[in-house]
Design a protein around this ligand. Structure first.
Ligand SMILES: NC(=O)c1ccc[n+]([C@@H]2O[C@H](COP(=O)([O-])OP(=O)(O)OC[C@H]3O[C@@H](n4cnc5c(N)ncnc54)[C@H](O)[C@@H]3O)[C@@H](O)[C@H]2O)c1
Length: 373
């Protein structure tokens, strides 16, 4: 399979392959990066579903067939799991000429990426994402992390993958809710790029139907937009990479306030609605455009309405955001499709915009098809 694209961020090059059959030849590609032993990190559930497919392309000269397993979901992202992974990698003989393949959703990618960043002061990592969220977003860009009891992603490192390899056949087994949650990041990214935004008019219906070529195109376009931002601003210092956080300030606060009953993408979808609403007042976004973009979020992600307790708890958590100080925070808003901007706002303004967005969907009696948060 032909490489989709390559890019360089902070001196590190990442090659990206997307499409069905993307694991073919993986073994050779790993060996071209590092000739020593490579270790697979995954969860038992993911390995049972798709491990053989990955090994069919990956196992051979360099990749060990015996994976290191982490717990499923967010439980993988703990200090303890990270420590166990590092000890096990050492016990199995990882050397500086070896590497790590992260095979799973964003949680596996984050903890395995951090283990690779720390082991022997850093060995190469390859990201093989299996959820839509990881495929279109978290696998690329080099952010790795585990959580602390006091908050998510509080310990981490930038460690760019050498290779991102997305076999889109993986995504067919994703439950509908997880797929739609991943679509939130696709929709967000499409708002940041005019060409992607235009393509969404054509992609929206086949994407909602999970049509494989549309899914592959959406993943490719999302990764390309992210790669551009990361290439220009690898460590999130100039604001270009920060644009990718559109919808995430309210999203993170709401996800936490819901006790994680809202999935990440669902919470981000509500955050996008709040950001669009505020963009009309503070970034000059045309009301009709805001409306059209909000409807796209609702059609593609269909997030459940958050519980009253989550709605009450969200504003307080905005203050705890890493980016907030007493006076407020720099929020990503949208002047138009493809025109993100950083605007200084008070946290109360963001909370009000969220209330207004929620009020609007409560008025029309919004019911997410089948999901309750
Ligand atoms: N590093 C970054 O830049 C970045 C960006 C966004 C999010 N994240 C992190 O990503 C994590 C969320 O990732 P996620 O949404 O992928 O969740 P996840 O990794 O918890 O996966 C969700 C569930 O889907 C299952 N699953 C995975 N692949 C599957 C498949 N192909 N078929 C069926 N089931 C499958 C998993 O076993 C798990 O139960 C969060 O911890 C978040 O902080 C990181």
């Amino acid at each position: 399979m032909k490489r989709d694209f390559s890019f360089v961020a902070a001196g590190a090059r990442t090659d990206v392959f997307v499409g069905e059959g993307a694991y073919a030849g993986l073994d050779k590609r790993l060996a071209a990066i590092a000739q020593g032993r490579w270790f697979l990190i995954t969860s038992k559930k993911i390995f049972k579903l798709h491990g053989q497919l990955l090994l069919a392309g990956g196992a051979g000269r360099v990749l060990s067939k015996n994976p290191l397993f982490v717990p499923d979901g967010e439980a993988a992202k703990t200090w303890d799991v990270l420590g166990e992974l590092l000890q096990e990698l050492m016990r199995r003989g990882l050397r500086r000429d070896g590497g790590v393949v992260a095979f799973g959703g964003g949680t596996v990618g984050d903890v395995a990426g951090l283990a690779a960043a720390l082991a022997l002061r850093g060995v190469p990592v390859v990201q093989a994402p299996t959820t839509l969220l990881a495929a279109c977003d978290s696998a690329l860009g080099g952010k790795t992390a585990v959580d602390l009891p006091s908050g998510k992603n509080l310990v981490g490192a930038f460690h760019a993958p050498r290779l991102v390899v997305v076999d889109t056949a993986m995504l067919e087994t994703l439950p509908l809710r997880a797929f739609r949650s991943g679509l939130a990041e696709v929709v967000k990214t499409s708002f940041l790029d005019a060409a992607f935004h235009r393509a969404m008019a054509r992609l929206e219906v086949p994407l909602a139907a999970r049509e494989p070529t549309a899914v592959a195109e959406a993943v490719r376009r999302s990764l390309a937009v992210k790669a551009r931002a990361v290439g220009r601003d690898p460590f999130e210092r100039t604001g270009e990479r920060a644009a990718l956080n559109l919808g995430h300030t309210v999203g993170h606060a709401l996800e936490t306030a819901s006790g994680h009953r809202l999935q990440h993408g669902e919470a981000v979808a509500w955050g996008l609605l709040a950001a669009l609403r505020l963009s009309v007042a503070r970034a000059g976004l045309a009301p009709r455009t805001a409306d059209a973009l909000m409807q796209r979020v609702m059609r593609l992600v269909s997030p459940p309405v958050p519980s009253p307790a989550a709605v009450r708890g969200m504003p307080g958590l905005l203050m705890a955001d890493k980016k907030a100080d007493r006076a407020g925070l720099n929020a990503v808003l949208l002047a138009g499709p493809g025109r993100p901007m950083l605007v200084r706002v008070e946290t109360a303004e963001l909370a009000r915009a969220f209330d207004e967005a929620l009020g609007r969907y409560n008025r029309v009696g919004w019911v997410s098809p089948g999901f309750r948060a």
